[in-house]
Design a protein around this ligand. Sequence first.
Ligand code: NIG
Ligand code: FE
Length: 411
Amino acid sequence: MPTIFTGRVVAGPRDERAALLVFDPGAVVVEAGRVAWIGPREALPSTWAREAFARIDAPLVTAGLVDAHTHAAWVGSRHEEYVMKLRGEGYEAIAARGGGIAASMRAVEQASVESIADALAARLARMASLGVTTVEVKSGYGLRAALERRQLEAIARVSARADRPRVVATYLALHALPPEARGSDAARAAHVAAAIALVAELARAGLASFVDAYVDRNAFSVDEARPLGDAARAAGLGVRLHIGQFADVGGAELAAALGAASGDHLESTSRAGLDAMARANVAATLLPLASFVLGQAPPDVAAMRAAGLRLVVASDANPGTAPSESLPLAMAFAARLYGLSTAEVILGATRNAALALGLPDRGQLVVGAPADLVAWDLPHEEALLQPWGVSRARLVLRDGAPIHEASRVDA
Ligand code: NIG
Ligand code: FE
């Protein structure tokens, strides 16, 4: 039986200038998991207006949010590092002492596939409660081949669940060096080679759709990441890269050369690099929770707009630089700290995010698209920019089925 949603409906992009298409009052008909009709309420065909159909009135209806950059398959906690950062210690200095990503690796080493999957499933349920219907999840805390596989197997288990947001899995192949790869150039080269060798096997097993690398100072070089990107392409996988978080080492140009779906972070990226990304149609993924936690200045959003880059806003959910699970909070920071407009924030967390994950039928409400939809307890899409810190999602549908329903709270 169809369900009819009525209220202020934000359908998606209106035009190439990144304006929003809004119907107010609008209506959306969901039937058999898809959007069967959408438009102004007064234009709702009489076949749908019959009283027998379920009807949900909500102040605001949007497409489900899409979080296009997370490390959500982590286990353990790095709260002591957060306190070190509060005292002024740098992220890279903490990592150099064996903290950071290596600390999360030790937690993965102690964990089973099952316990990683349990942590991820619980996290994804909380993300769904915030209005998120699709989540990109990276490995990258295994570092060694067997442990990377363990993380990806846990991600695969959770992605089979229809009661959680849809998962897009990314093999984060080059994230940090495990202890045994730190001693010499040869050990480092062996680590990079082993990480690259795993790509084809993971692709065959269907365990990843994308490959990622952290290309930065104190991380991996363009020369190390390029053959990884080539291996990903050869295996039929997409590429996304962490670039320019601390220094510009040429990551944007590499993302362009590899035809990456997205270049992420970008706090330190040259105009020439941004232009190269735009020419190659690489999306720019902004991670304002990470730059907030690290106390960094915002990336050059004006230059990104001038270059014509498609902007994506994501949480970067991870236990170190963005210890949060909230895409809505990242959206609030993108507006307040980065100066993104309402339309840029909403498209960055819906349509542009879906495109950057290779999901052309997601992130907008159009006839025939899968019904990933949120009914919000908010009066207007501008209210989505406020840093609520709590769920304002009344009902969240994935493929037409609820993955979150708010329990009624008496006013
Ligand atoms: O996106 N910079 C590299 N990777 C992550 C942080 C991972 C971690 O510290 O656990 C990021 O910020
Ligand atoms: Fe990240």
